[in-house]
Design a protein around this ligand. Structure first.
Ligand code: NAI
Ligand code: MG
Length: 484
């Protein structure tokens, strides 16, 4: 573990363009998932810090940011993206240390953050209003406007990617943001704020208040000065945030994870499917909102797919982030307990295969061996609930109708994929699957900064990523002129 990459003071909040102490002067330990040590102290922000951050954002909406043209805003975002690229290796090391993810996965996240800033920088001047044919003597047009102050409450699993998709889109539309990173991982959120400062983002346009969910998080989602809240995290907290938003009558975007299936038909190209089937379950140790935790396989190829997945599981190496193996530790001892609790609920099931935790993995790290279960009925808890660990279940099906009914048979609806060579089936299922994204003969489409993303059911609502996010992070004004 190395703290020499931390070039800023991680115990501070970033408010109004300056690094400031949390008002109450309290800090929290930031844990290293790979060995259980404390990396550093972070600010334990609270109500007053959030008040200051929201006030700074409000002020920014009346300063140079408000007068800046869309292309100028875009140029600043692009410049932040360039600084992210220039610092990608450092950011990757920070994220790997903080989240526990293998270094190459952290590097991919840093590159995705840069790409988000590039994409939203380029998009800032591309969303236009309309003119609407209306009654005689009128000219009617619409204006796209920022909500105002946007609150961003993000989790610990992909800090850089989630900052990119939510803060990037919000700033492109001219909002001013207050970001509450997760208490488990916030180094890259702070690093990003400093890069944004270096890129010339006007003060107050981005503010970062680290702290606990029940303190800084709740203060932000309840704040009467916040005009839009985007949240990625658990279903339980998502409900709290939506309830809170109803008090203030503000829109929310909720991205709450899933139980995403991949459907493998007898005619699938299994060689092509295999890496996706397994990677989509174990990437980031399964702590991925769009993780594919259910693999549904038609009976004609069931044994082959299960055997070949099991062989891959047998080869998976689990170890510290910096060893850059296939799988890292889970984020915390608590998350490890949750995931082991789920694995224990599968005690009576067939455990088809497990990966290996390397022998020299530090004792204090939160390691869980990736586990593949077979013979799981679709209603089993392991096939219904989000586990958020490296655990997948393989479920057999007879025909397309049964596959669809199992696939749609959870309360979630985030992502799904279909592995089949039959075009008509691909089209039928793409329509019928209950999901915000459907992949045909792939899964995840390489990250997909450009691809709208979000869920239905317990997976949440609203769309982030791609151009679509710009609609959610803005509001529309209709102007009707009667001129005769
Ligand atoms: P969480 O929902 O508690 O945390 C996510 C964010 O919400 C963090 O920044 C946290 O500080 C904040 N938060 C917590 N309580 C809050 C409150 N009352 N008001 C406002 N903000 C609050 O998720 P947690 O506890 O870290 O993970 C638990 C489970 O949630 C995981 O096992 C997984 O199933 C799910 N999860 C899903 C994620 C996704 O990407 N969809 C990401 C993280 C967790
Ligand atoms: Mg929590």
């Amino acid at each position: 573990m190395s703290t020499e990459d931390i070039w800023f003071d991680p115990s501070l909040c970033f408010i109004g363009g300056a690094w400031v102490d949390p008002v109450a002067g309290q800090t929290l330990d930031l844990g290293n998932p790979s060995d259980g040590t404390v990396i550093c102290q972070i600010a334990r922000g609270g109500q007053e810090d959030v008040d200051h951050a929201v006030a700074a954002a409000e002020e920014a909406l009346h300063g140079p940011w408000a007068r800046m043209t869309a292309p100028e805003r875009g140029r600043i975002l692009a410049k932040i993206g360039q600084l992210v690229l220039d610092n990608a290796d450092t950011l990757a090391r920070l994220e790997a240390m903080d989240v526990g993810k293998p270094l190459k996965q952290a590097k991919a996240d840093a590159l995705a953050l840069a790409r988000y800033m590039e994409f939203y920088g380029g998009a800032a001047d591309k969303l236009h209003g309309h003119t609407i044919p209306y009654l005689d003597g009128y000219t009617v047009y619409t204006l796209r406007e920022p909500h105002g102050v946007t609150g961003h409450i993000i989790p610990w699993n992909y800090p850089m990617q989630i900052i990119g998709r939510s803060v990037g889109a919000a700033l492109a539309m001219g909002n001013a943001a207050v970001l509450k990173p997760a208490e488990e991982a916030c180094l890259t959120a702070l690093a990003f704020a400093d890069l944004a400062r270096q890129a010339g983002l006007p003060e107050g346009v981005l503010n970062v208040v680290p702290g606990l969910g029940a303190e800084a998080g709740a203060a932000l989602s309840a704040h009467a000065g916040v005009n839009h809240v985007s949240f990625t995290g658990s279903v339980g907290v998502g409900k709290l945030i939506q309830r809170q938003a109803s008090e203030n009558i503000v829109p929310v975007t909720l991205e709450l994870g899933g139980k995403s299936p991949q459907l493998v038909f007898d005619d699938a190209d299994i060689d092509a499917a295999l890496p996706f089937l397994v990677n989509a379950g174990v990437q980031n140790a399964g702590q991925t909102c769009s993780a594919s935790s259910r693999i549904l396989v038609q009976r004609g190829v069931f044994d082959e797919v299960l055997d070949r997945m099991a062989a891959r599981y047998g080869d998976l190496q689990v170890g510290p982030a910096m060893a850059d193996l296939d799988v890292g530790p889970l984020i915390s001892a608590r998350q490890k307990d949750i995931v082991e609790g789920f694995i224990a609920q599968g005690a009576s099931l067939e455990k088809a295969a497990q990966g290996q935790v390397v022998t020299d993995a530090p004792d204090g790290g939160h390691y869980v061996a990736p586990t593949l279960f077979a013979g799981v009925s679709p209603g089993h808890v392991l096939a219904q609930e989000e586990i958020f660990g490296p655990v997948q279940v393989v479920i057999p099906f007879d025909d397309e109708a049964e596959a669809l009914s199992i696939a749609n048979g959870t309360q979630f609806g985030l992502v799904a994929s279909v592995w089949s060579r039959e075009g008509a089936r691909q089209m039928r299922l793409a329509k019928a699957l209950r999901a915000g994204q459907v992949f045909l003969n792939n899964y995840g489409a390489g990250g997909g900064v450009e691809l709208p993303f979000g869920g239905t059911g317990l997976s949440g609502h609203g769309r982030e990523k791609g151009f679509e996010a710009l609609y959610g992070f803005s509001t529309l004004k209709t102007v009707a002129a009667l001129h005769g």
